[in-house]
Design a protein around this ligand. Structure first.
Ligand SMILES: C[S@@+](CC[C@H](N)C(=O)[O-])C[C@H]1O[C@@H](n2cnc3c(N)ncnc32)[C@H](O)[C@@H]1O
Length: 218
């Protein structure tokens, strides 16, 4: 586990309550845009896991407020939410979600899953951390299992990595580590681990290419 991720987790541990409050404030600034983004994400989640039978076990890494886990549960899946910061864990538990404290870079998955969802988490991972995550998820998935995740596209940034506290959006008063990925880097990690790319999209930002989104199949 990198020092960058470790330090960023220490920030979340202290400021998760601010993250939760600012994401609500951020959505309230432009409810129409927030609702459009929400619908787009839900449609992506639904289609990515559509090949899994109802009742399949899906694990979310870094669930934060649990909104995505709750949506996955509403599709008829058996969901386990997870995060590191106690305020996040309490937020998902208060939504009635089965939740565990889980650091994907240090802890073992408690069991095998048919699907893993990991949204906006690799933004805080070095390249080495990312490879560790992809390998660990591969090992924790049943055959034909699905991993849905995203990273920020390096082509839309002018640096490989940086420490930032974004103004306005998710402003927490403390910098967190952000890392940006090129498609070729991810493709090579995916290939090395043995996943097959089931689907791939670019989405978000002014040119619809801010995020690289992968749906992988074991
Ligand atoms: C930008 S937030 C995204 C939260 C949520 N997935 C969403 O899209 O709203 C990043 C999340 O990654 C989690 N995270 C970062 N490093 C992690 C690690 N090593 N293990 C588990 N979760 C981690 C943080 O605790 C935080 O919940």
């Amino acid at each position: 586990m990198s020092i960058e991720n470790k330090k960023t987790l220490a920030v979340y541990d202290k400021t998760a309550h601010l993250y939760l409050a600012s994401s609500i404030e951020h959505d309230n600034l432009d409810p129409v845009k927030a609702s459009r983004k929400r619908k787009k994400l839900e449609s992506l989640i639904k289609s990515s896991f559509a090949c899994l039978p109802s009742g399949s076990k899906i694990f979310e890494i870094g669930s934060a407020d649990g909104a995505n886990s709750k949506f996955i549960e509403s599709l008829g899946f058996n969901v386990t939410s997870s995060d590191i910061a106690d305020d996040f864990i309490n937020a998902t538990k208060s939504k009635g979600l089965h939740t565990i404290k889980f650091n994907v870079l240090e802890d073992d998955f408690p069991e095998k899953y048919s699907g893993v969802f990991c949204w906006r988490v690799l933004v805080h991972f070095t390249k080495e951390d990312a490879l560790t995550l992809i390998q660990k998820v591969y090992d924790a998935l049943e055959d034909n299992g699905i991993l849905l995740f995203n990273v920020i596209n390096r082509d839309t940034k002018n640096t490989d990595e940086e420490w930032v506290d974004f103004e306005g959006e998710y402003h927490m008063g403390v910098e967190r580590y952000y890392s940006y990925f090129r498609k070729e880097e991810l493709d090579s990690m995916i290939d090395k681990v043995g996943f097959k790319i089931h689907d791939f999209f670019k989405q978000g930002g002014d040119n619809n290419d801010k995020w690289l989104i992968y749906v992988l199949r074991k």
